[in-house]
Design a protein around this ligand. Structure first.
Ligand code: TNX
Length: 745
């Protein structure tokens, strides 16, 4: 008894001393004393040909780390006994663990990794890499001999589906960027990559049967018939994947135990497809006046037989490129007015004896299901697609809207991927001052981690239909944050994805935010840096009290840098914060701080909270537009929120702010459109300021619909006029906001 107690004590003290930092946390882990020594003479032995790619994968990390070429060898004799210095990768379908489970034993002599299946061995390798120095991911020399702490880990996933969705339709990410992203997901044991390949703003997949879909639909702006809605209106931009690139990405993901699930959005979100093939639309003349000639219709007509023929050709071809059993066919946010206005769709509804357009969607989806079935595939859809009540139960549902949508799908017997936006939409902002959407909430990794099925009302019955969890990155707002680079995607994804990965992998009872938090602020941050992930750091804490600004780093080793001009945001080259800074109230308003740690960077934090530093002088709003009764200018004049104009803007239109009293300010920001999303704005334009109450002088051009002006000391602003220089923005109106004004003192 005494001995047993002692062993437990030793084990616990060892485990806390070594403090496993693995993400996602394994089911069971028993660290022991001693170390396995990895060196150039270590060998990777595997017992099944299937594991050859994994032996190669592991070697890609180990060889450069020890500066040698490790021998790999297939030995199919049974049983294999580990010899000194060997790393054994064993496939054993009889292993007593769920699919993708593994046992990993690191002893002084050898490493034995036994997986239930290919995925199990892959997951074990990811764990093994996390036991090594964090620099292992950088694929560079660490030392000729590397110690790996002895341990025994028995581990398996909570859910068979642990996914991430990337929207490459709104903002194109080249194939190399997609592969790099997949690599980073794989290190977190994510096993599904949902590739959102088409949407209103782009068609990203090459088709041999219909090359025009990507060759025309892959580009928007400029002379493309696909008009820009978000982004860079005046120039043509975009891209698409060739079929070779698609096959390459699929194969790359497969080595990393990731199944790629393609999505072709249907029947809505199809404006691009409709620009390339206008004949797919319903048969009526759209009202183009409000949007200055942009045809915003986006749904495939459900009554045209030729549409199903075209879709058969497209879908059947796409099916040949993806081995996945599942094929996502969209089904969200269909603008049903188009069907209600179409004489042929109306006739169809009459024949069906209904006036509910959802029945049309059911019909459309059932035709798509037949096409998929013929190709041996199962449909996956967004949660709205089940609202008609007729969809076949083999369909897999992605519950995105909210938890209620997930509960509905699981209760109705659909296999469901749980991905409510309020927890798992990584296009949402991580704090009020950061970039991104906010419709599903503003949240950082802690909210994401807090997702708990039981607390959200999932019963045991519901849970039987939960296939797993997924997060999503939608990219319509990405264009304004450095398109074509995945830095912003990564900033939005990590560390929130670490939380998602742990929810998908680790049993609920083993999860604790405190423990997770210390892992991701600690060693996992180094791992992410070595993986070259441009992750989001937690922001520094900044306080201003009694004339002194004090900043505290969010984690050990993080640097804080600052600017003091009230304009520029701190970069790696800005002055380093080394201790409290003395500043009077006026100066303090100009200080901004930011945390940096290797590849990680935080949001910019002002020394005094933003709201405190805004002033709200009274003004009158005048425009060249007719006022919308539902959205009066008084909303803006009272600093409530934004209002809309009655029509799309044309060149020469203007918005003017006339102040009751001249304003003395350090800066004034003027915003047309959504400030985090380049839409509903003056696409191009300039700003005029009146410094005397009589005349206006042109001071600067708008940048993505907005601009900040910094009047010289002593200059008072009587009025500001924002002038548009482009006809229309594709929307029926613009959004007008109140000016955001910072006091001079
Ligand atoms: C809703 S999620 C959408 C997307 C947007 C996203 C932005 C879903 C199925 N539809 O089209 O990009 O919100 O968060």
């Amino acid at each position: 008894m005494k001995l047993k107690l002692l062993t437990i004590c030793v084990l616990t003290s060892l485990s806390s001393a070594f403090g496993s930092t693995i993400v996602p946390k394994p089911v069971s882990e028993a660290p022991a004393s001693g170390k396995f020594r990895l060196s150039g003479s270590s060998e990777i032995i595997y017992n099944n040909e299937q594991l050859a790619p994994l032996a190669g994968y592991l070697k890609e990390y180990l060889d450069p780390a020890v500066g040698a070429t490790l021998t790999t060898e297939l030995r199919d004799e049974q049983p294999i006994k580990a010899k000194s210095g060997q790393i054994l990768l064993l496939l054993d379908p009889s292993l007593d663990t769920p699919a993708e489970g593994y046992n990993l034993k690191v002893s002084r002599q050898a490493v034995t990794l036994t997986g239930k299946d290919y995925g199990g061995v892959f997951n074990g390798i990811e764990t093994l890499l996390q036991l090594m120095p964090t620099e292992i991911y950088a694929k560079k020399f660490i030392a000729s001999k590397i110690n790996v702490g002895c341990t025994v880990i028995n581990d398996y996933p909570r859910f068979s589906y642990r996914g991430m969705m990337l929207d490459v339709a709104r903002t194109f990410v080249p194939a190399e960027g997609v592969k790099a992203y997949i690599d980073k997901l794989a290190h977190h044991k994510i096993n599904k990559f949902h590739w959102h390949l088409t949407d209103d703003e782009g068609w990203r997949i090459q088709l041999k049967s219909h090359p025009e879909m990507a060759e025309i639909g892959g580009f928007r702006g400029g002379d493309s018939p696909v008009k820009s809605i978000y982004g860079e209106w005046d120039k043509k931009y975009g891209g698409y994947y060739t079929q070779d690139e698609i096959r390459d990405v699929v194969a790359y993901a497969a080595v990393r135990n990731i199944e790629v699930i393609p999505e072709i959005e249907l029947p809505g979100h199809s404006r691009t497809a409709a620009r390339v093939h206008p004949e797919i639309l319903c048969d009526y003349t759209p009202d183009l006046t409000a949007t200055g000639g942009y045809d915003r219709r986006s749904a495939w007509c459900a009554s045209k037989e030729s549409n199903y023929e075209l879709l058969d050709e497209i879908i059947s071809e796409v099916c040949t490129l993806f081995p996945s059993k599942y094929f996502h066919v969209g089904g969200d946010e269909v603008v049903m007015e188009q069907w209600l206005t179409c004489p042929h769709c109306r006739a169809m509804m009459e024949e069906m004896g209904t006036d509910d357009p959802h029945r049309i969607e059911d019909y459309f989806m059932s035709r798509i299901e037949q096409i998929l079935k013929k190709n041996g595939k199962i449909p996956a859809v967004w949660n709205e697609a089940i609202n008609g009540g007729q969809l076949s139960k083999t369909t897999r549902v992605h519950g995105w809207k909210d938890v209620a949508a997930c509960l509905k799908a699981t209760s109705e017997g659909f296999s469901t991927i749980v991905m409510p936006g309020a927890y798992f939409y990584f296009d949402m902002r991580q704090s009020p001052i950061e970039a991104g959407h906010n419709w599903a909430g503003i949240f950082d990794v802690s909210k994401c981690y807090s997702f708990d099925f039981e607390k959200e009302g999932f019963t045991e019955e519901n849970m039987k239909n939960v296939a797993g969890v997924q997060a999503a990155f939608w990219s319509e707002a990405h264009i304004s944050n450095g398109a074509y680079s995945t830095d912003f995607v990564e900033y939005q994804t990590f560390p929130r994805l670490c939380a998602l990965a742990e929810i998908g992998w680790t049993p609920q009872e083993l999860r604790s935010y405190d423990d997770f938090n210390s892992r991701i602020r600690g060693q996992h941050q180094d791992r992410m840096a070595a993986m070259n992930i441009h992750f989001r750091m937690f922001p520094p804490t900044v306080e201003y009290k009694d004339g002194i600004i004090t900043a505290t780093a969010p984690s050990e080793g993080a640097e804080i840098r600052y600017t003091s001009d009230g304009k520029d945001i701190p970069t790696v080259d800005s002055p380093l914060y080394t201790g409290p800074i003395e500043a009077d109230t006026a100066a303090a308003l100009r200080y901004q701080f930011r945390a940096f740690y290797r590849t990680g960077v935080s949001a910019t934090v002002p020394a005094t909270p933003l709201a405190d530093s805004l002033i709200k002088p009274s003004f009158r709003l005048m425009t060249s537009f007719e006022e919308l009764e539902k959205s009066p200018y008084s909303i803006v004049e009272e600093y409530k929120t934004f209002c809309r104009t009655g029509r799309t803007p044309m060149s020469g239109d203007w918005v003017m702010y006339l102040f009751d009293e001249p304003v003395d300010c350090r800066s004034m920001q003027l915003i047309t459109g959504f400030w985090e999303l380049p839409a509903y704005q003056f696409i191009t334009g300039y700003v005029e300021v009146s410094y005397d109450g009589h005349s206006f002088e042109r001071v600067c051009d708008l940048d993505k619909g907005r601009i900040t002006i910094y009047p010289d000391e002593g200059k008072l602003i009587y009025g500001v006029r924002v002038v548009c220089t482009t006809d229309t923005n594709g929307y029926a109106n613009i959004f007008i906001h109140y000016p955001r004004i910072k006091p001079r003192k």
